[in-house]
Each structure stands twice: as C-alpha cells, then as structure tokens.
Design a protein around this ligand. Sequence first.
Ligand code: FES
Length: 83
Amino acid sequence: MQAAQSGGVDGIAADCGGSLTCATCHVMVREPWASQLPPPGADELAMLEFTSELRQPNSRLSCQIQLTEALDGLTVDLPASQY
Ligand code: FES
C-alpha cells in the first residue's frame, strides 16, 4: 500500500493508514504473485468482508502485503471503487 501510494498509483485510498480498520486498500493480486503471499491473517480475513467491491479469491488488503525481492514485479488489479 505504501509503495503504491508513494509511486502515485491511484485507487488505493487506505483511509486508516495501514492499521487494518478500513478495507479501502483492497487489491486483487495477479498470479504468480498471489500464490507466493503468506495467507491472510484472521484480522485481514475479517476486514476483507467489508470491501466495497465483492471479494475475489485473490483479494488482499494491500497494507498487509510486505514487499520482498521475491515479489518484484507484483501486479494487482484495483476495484472500480474503494467506497
Ligand atoms: S489501509 Fe486500511 S485496511 Fe489497509
């Protein structure tokens, strides 16, 4: 989430600043990266119920994705709206 915002990517509101209380950082992670991410924790899973656009199997909250070298090139699709 921070990398996207710093890079000028529009469409990730991230109203809570990454404290996992807003679900406005919803992204759909493309393969092959989606399967490389650790599974969402219980708190992320709970917040994924509150995304504005219907949750997809590859939906994640971008504030919970920790970038590593293995994720270089990570590509996501954004929902039409975060609200
Ligand atoms: S920025 Fe609020 S849940 Fe991710």
